[in-house]
Structure formats: C-alpha cells, structure tokens
Write a protein that binds this ligand. Structure first.
Ligand code: FE2
Length: 207
C-alpha cells in the first residue's frame, strides 16, 4: 500500500490551555487563606465544601488572585485573536473535597466565555476530564489501537499543583476521583466574560 500523503486539518478544535500559574509556596499560602473563608456543604451526604462564588470580591488577596487569572485569560484571548475591550471574572469560588469520592458530575459553565481551574492541592486522580461536545460522534464508536485527544470521546489533563486549565465554558467536564482516595482536592474556579463590541453585519452587539 502506498504511503498516504496527506495534510490533516483538526477543524473546530475545543482548545484547552494548561499552564504553570502558582509556585508551591503560593499554593500553600492560598490554601491557608481559604481557612478564613466561610464554606457551605451543598450536598450534605458528601464531604464537599464550596465558598461563595464571589470570592474575587471578598478582599484584596482574592481580588489580586482574580486579576492574575484575568492576565492568563487575556493571553489566551490574544492567542485566539479575540477583539475585545476587556475580560472580567463573573464568578470565582473554591471547591474543597476531603475524604474519598471527590467526584464532580459532568457539567459546563453557563453565562461566561472562558472558565478556568487552578489546582492548589490534589493528586493524580484530581485531574479534570473533558468530554467531546459533539453528540454525533457517539453514533458509531470503533475501537482504536491508540486513544488520544483526536479519536477519544474524553481526555483527562493531568493534575499538576499550581497549574491553571483554561477552556471554553461550554465544554463539558468532570472529575472522576477514586473511591479509595482519602486525599484532599482543593481548586479555585473562575468564570470569565468579556466587554466587547462586535461589528458583524446583522449581528452587532455591545456588551
Ligand atoms: Fe466545572
């Protein structure tokens, strides 16, 4: 069989950025700062705590954190050539899962453009798994000799302490966790929206 000469286009990709954001000392400092923040337990049957979703407005520490996230968001927006006036965080909160089963069911984040997760504490089972948003791809799913981000229906980015993952807010994702894992997972999540003026014919928008 002759060698296939081809150019391959990965069309309409769901871009997920994974980058260093905090050093070890900063992670510990923010974990310590969270001790002073009020937390709720949204599901009484699970060892899962959540802060206010207005963490970015709470005090200077978290406002500065939020501003640093926006710096990263702007780098991603530049990488994608997005014309805008500015980005801002609409929500920012901490998820703290202690004990086993820090499972988060598959979800996406409404009313924002980019979302981000900053990993303060965890282990290899604390990574986020992203899912193919195209339901058509599930009509027929052959076996593959190698699974990767091109042919798989899901892809888990590794947990790396201090890293930030930035992704389109509509991209479904979950955290699997492990039933026998007694470690603690602590993450900060941000939802980011933009101010912009869009000048497309018949699709003008100023927000
Ligand atoms: Fe999420």
């Amino acid at each position: 069989m002759s060698e296939l000469k081809h150019k391959k286009y990965s069309l309409f990709s769901s871009l997920v950025y994974h980058a260093p954001f905090l050093n070890t000392d900063e992670c510990e400092m923010y974990v310590k700062c969270l001790e002073d923040v009020k937390k709720d337990q949204p599901r009484p049957q699970r060892p899962f705590l959540q802060t206010t979703d207005k963490l970015h407005l709470l005090n200077d520490t978290w406002k500065e954190f939020s501003d640093r996230v926006i710096g990263m968001i702007n780098s991603v927006a530049d990488d994608q050539s997005i014309i805008r006036d500015s980005f801002y965080n609409t929500n920012m909160w901490a998820n703290i899962s202690s004990g086993n089963e820090y499972f988060h069911q598959t979800h996406s984040h409404p009313n924002c453009f980019f979302s981000s997760i900053i990993y303060l504490r965890g282990n290899e089972s604390s990574g986020t798994t992203f899912h193919d948003p195209r339901p058509q791809t599930q009509v027929f799913t052959p076996d593959y000799s190698i699974y990767n981000s091109i042919n798989g229906s899901s892809f888990q980015i590794p947990y790396i302490e201090g890293y930030i993952a930035i992704f389109p807010s509509w991209l479904p994702h979950n955290v699997s966790g492990k039933a026998d894992d007694n470690s603690t997972r602590i993450t900060i999540t941000c939802n980011s929206m933009m101010h912009c003026e869009v000048n497309k014919q018949t699709a003008y928008l100023k927000i």
